[in-house]
Unconditional design. Structure first.
Lengths: 162, 117
């Protein structure tokens, strides 16, 4: 049996409004995990999503909203039959269009690279889709998505010789 | 407003071995728990076990503190083994390359055995 949204054609949404205080990313993590579980994602994928959502929220809190607790991080979870999309919205100007580099542990260990700055790499590595969108007038979001059909992998592979 | 630190740490020593046991979340607020605990080790310590078996949540800022610990341990020629991470965070540590500087083990016994002593 598919998840709780099987047969639902239009995306259903859940929204959270979080104060920009470190620690509140855990609210978004828990909510995303619960929604993903209801949709039928595996435990492994849920753990990946939780970390990705946490990192996106932390970026929004720290960089987008500059730790101003009066500012809100908006988290929008959109659920379709096959896809869970999470948008994390802040008031910042975004990270720009720089390509995301994999952290170089050797350079970090030798003090040649900032020890921090691994969040976006983790996000990109842990979910099926990740993009960052910014508006020059202020306001930006990270969009993460995971797909149920990516879960099936080889078990549903019916390809074979013709 | 700075959130309260949420990481607890305690140290067990045996000869040249120190076990650093962490509990709670490992985040940007964990500096004293992670680095402070390490810095308070005495110079005769040459082998360090990092116990994450009671850590529920790590984020990249917390992992940066672990990397900093590994840096300092490397300079002091101390060997570090790690155990107790969930499979997910073992994957994250591996993705970030920490396994070049500390091996990950399923439990304390395996981690101690890795020192070969």
């Amino acid at each position: 049996m598919r998840g709780i949204l099987a047969g639902i054609e239009q995306a259903a949404t859940t929204e959270l409004r979080l104060p920009s205080r470190l620690g509140f990313e855990k609210v978004a993590m828990s909510t995303a995990a619960t929604v993903a579980e209801l949709m039928g994602f595996s435990a492994d994928r849920i753990e990946d999503l939780k970390t990705a959502v946490a990192e996106a929220c932390i970026n929004a809190i720290e960089h987008g909203n500059r730790l101003d607790a009066s500012q809100t991080v908006l988290v929008i979870l959109s659920m379709a039959e096959n896809t869970l999309e999470v948008k994390v919205v802040d008031r910042g100007f975004g990270a720009g269009k720089k390509p995301i580099q994999a952290p170089n542990i050797d350079r970090k260990m030798h003090g040649e690279e900032d020890l921090r700055g691994m969040g976006m790499f983790l996000i990109q590595s842990l979910v099926d889709e990740a993009e960052w969108v910014s508006d020059q007038r202020g306001g930006s979001y990270a969009r993460l998505a995971i797909h149920l059909d990516r879960e099936k992998g080889a078990s549903d592979d019916t390809s074979g010789p013709n | 407003m700075t959130p309260p630190a949420q990481t607890k740490a305690k140290v067990e020593r045996s000869g040249q071995l120190a076990i650093l046991r962490f509990e709670g979340d490992v985040t940007s607020t964990s500096k004293d728990a992670i680095l402070g605990t390490y810095e308070r080790l005495t110079p005769e310590i040459k082998e360090i076990l990092l116990d994450f078996s009671k850590v529920q949540y790590l984020n990249s800022s917390g992992i940066a503190l672990v990397i900093q610990l590994l840096m300092e341990a490397g300079k002091a020629q101390q060997k570090v083994q790690t155990f107790g991470l969930t499979p997910h965070f073992q994957k994250v540590f591996t993705m970030l390359g920490l396994t070049k500087y500390t091996s990950l083990h399923p439990n304390e016994l395996a981690a101690k055995a890795a020192f070969g002593g």
